[in-house]
Structures are given as C-alpha cells and as structure tokens.
Design a binder for this molecule. Sequence first.
Ligand code: PMP
Length: 435
Amino acid sequence: AMQRTTSETLYKEALEHIVGGVNSPSRSFKAVGGGAPVFMKRAEGAYFWDVDDNRYIDYLAAYGPIITGHAHPHITEAIIRAAQNGVLYGTPTELEIKLARMLKEAIPSLDKVRFVNSGTEAVMTTIRVARAFTKRNKIIKFAGCYHGHSDLVLVAAGSGPSTLGIPDSAGIPTSIAQEVITVPFNDLDSLKIALERWGDETAAVMVEPIVGNFGMVMPEPGFLEGLCRLTREAGALVIYDEVITAFRFHYGTAQTFAAFPDFAAIEPDLTALGKVIGGGLPIGAYGGKKHIMEQVAPLGPAYQAGTMAGNPASISSGIACLEVLQEQGIYERMDRLASDLADGLAASASRHGIPLTINRIRGSFSAHFCDHPVTNYDQAQDTDGELFGRFFKLMLDQGVNLAPSKYEAWFLTIAHTQEDIAATIAAADYALARL
Ligand code: PMP
C-alpha cells in the first residue's frame, strides 16, 4: 500500500491541538473505517499532492466549490490582485455590485441579494427573513437534506411520515427543533399531511431542489411543482437551498436548469447560495423577491450583518470563477467525462458482481453500493457503508481521492482529462475486484 507515514504523524499531532484532528467532521475517516485522514499540501488542476508526495486525482472538489479545478490561473490572479489591494475594508465596493449583477443575470428569481460568509449563514438568514415576512415560525424540511450546521436546520425526522423534528446534535434546544417538521424527499403526500396539520404556522418549506447531500438525487417529475403549489396555498414561502447546485450543472441553478423544463416555471421566493460562487474562498449569498428581501436591515426589521461579508477577496474570487464558467462548452465537457466515468464504474461493478446504483446529473454523480434506486434518504441509508469504506481506501491507495462518505457526490471539474477518467476506471476495477 501507499506510504502515508507523514500524514499519520501529522494526524497524531493534530489530535493534540484540534478537536478530532479536523476542522469539519466530514474530513475524518470515521465513516470509512477510521484511520488518519490524508494531509494535503498542494493542489493544482485535478490533482492533490499529500505531505508524503503522493499524487491523487481529486473528485472531492472541496465538497463542491472547486469546479474549475484547483489553483485555476484566472482565479489565482484575481485573489492576488485582491490581496494587493487590501483584503478587507468594512465598506461597500464596486466588486460586490458586479457579482450581484452576475448572480441576478443567471438566476432571475433574485431581485435583491446579500452576501454572507458561508452556506450555513445564507440558509440561516433565509429562515429569519421568511419568519419576519410571514410572521410564522415553523419550517418544513426534507429528511437527509443538509442545510448547514445552524440550530435551525440541524434537525432530523422523528418516526412517521411527517413529524416534528428532533435535534440532530447535542446542544440544540428541543424547543428550536420542534419548530422544524421533517418529511421524506420526493413524497408530496407527506408534505400535504404536514401542511394540513401545521400549514398556518409554517413560514417556509426549505428544499435542495436537486439533492446533493444523500447522494445526487433528482426530484421526481411534479415533485417541486407540487411542493411550490402546496406551500403557496398554505401562505408559506418556498426556499431553495442551492448551495451545492448553483453553477454546478450549467451556468445557473437548479431553478434555471433547461434540461428539466418544469423547473423554470417554479421559482422559489428565496434562494440560498454558496460554494462555487466564491471560487474556493469563503462565501454565501441569499436573495429573492424584492418585497421579501426588503425585510432585511437596514430597510426592514430582520437583522443580518457580517464583518467579513462581501469581502473583496471572496468576491473577486467568485467573479473570476463565474467568468471561467462562462466559457463555451465547459459544462458539456464535464458532462461527457462524468458520463464516461459513470459508465466505466457501472461496467466494472457488474463484471465483478457488485451492486452499484449511480445517480448522475451532468458532471456530478453519486455511486451507492446497493441494488435499488436511491430517490430518498431511507434508500440512501440502506446502502453498504462497510463496502464503501473498503472501496474508498483501495481507491485512495491508488491515488484517487473521494469524499470519505458513502453519501457524497463525485465532482468532475474542468481540469479533469480523459486520461484521468481512464486511470480512475482502472483503479476502480482493481478495487471492485477486491471487495
Ligand atoms: N446547504 C447545502 C445544500 C450544503 O450542501 C451545505 C454544505 N455542504 C450547506 C448548506 C452549508 O454550507 P457551508 O458549509 O458553506 O456553511
């Protein structure tokens, strides 16, 4: 197996100083059978190099933001220029107007936006705005959808088709979790039951319009349409969490995804954004209809602020990233590469008699060790984590970096090549043969 002794040493040292040795729990190898996570020291294009000088083809893409590949020259240049001009002003800048314009042009449901520092913050604030606007408290969300780590949404389903939430973490008051109702994704009947019971107390229904957090899961035909209709009939707002989906499948979001015509007609009231729109620097944004966004301070009574919000470094990086994504043919190329990779994985799995369900949406897909479709969280949970853990480590040892989670997507970037895909299929064939 590949030598990773320096990573192992650094992990021991990290454990002394950083809780769990990692700054986000998803980076630990807990879900893949334990061991030292790999400490990377450099990244360029589709590749990572670790502290032991091993090279990896990267499909993690930092959980989504790195769609251009690492250290893209146009983005790097923009970040250097921003650093030379001073990284933080605490005043408005012209750059913020430019990125706001770019987002509005790509996402017509945004009349007004606000920049924040993370997807978590963006989601948090859409909830506050929806509550301020509707003067109601309850939020309906879908099981397995992740909306950041705020108290407001770190809530799981109780038992039954539609239930008041139970905290998904220690330290969250039951009183807050009980303002959240969790229903299964792709299940309009459960949503209907929840709205019949709690509709007149519901401020918003929050959804990942294409799920990225228990695999990549498409809404079934009519699901989003029905969701929007039922929500509006109840006098509540529709919030799309597009933190993962924005600029991931095309130059736009799930709500403007031409491949799925019924999406266009069903615009959300509020949208949360993050990841790709910062080109790899910290960012989040939220926006929506003018009369709703005017709830936000200084115009309205809903308060939201941020020392780092709209900082010139993140905004410059985001503008540069979107400029790269405007180049012709980029998404089609990622689509083709992902299609070849998914086909190769499927063929190899079937050759070795391993059940594998692949959910691909253009340049991203999830690969689940199971013999059934994955259209909701229960089905995603009912996949083989132990098998995935062994697959993950066999891939890592051959220089392929995936997310250490059976739910997480594989993200192609514009830096990946046909040779990378071929090498990855060969690695997977070796790994699948040994499961
Ligand atoms: N919403 C979605 C759909 C996400 O996938 C994530 C992060 N994975 C978040 C919100 C939270 O974003 P952040 O990690 O930037 O706070």
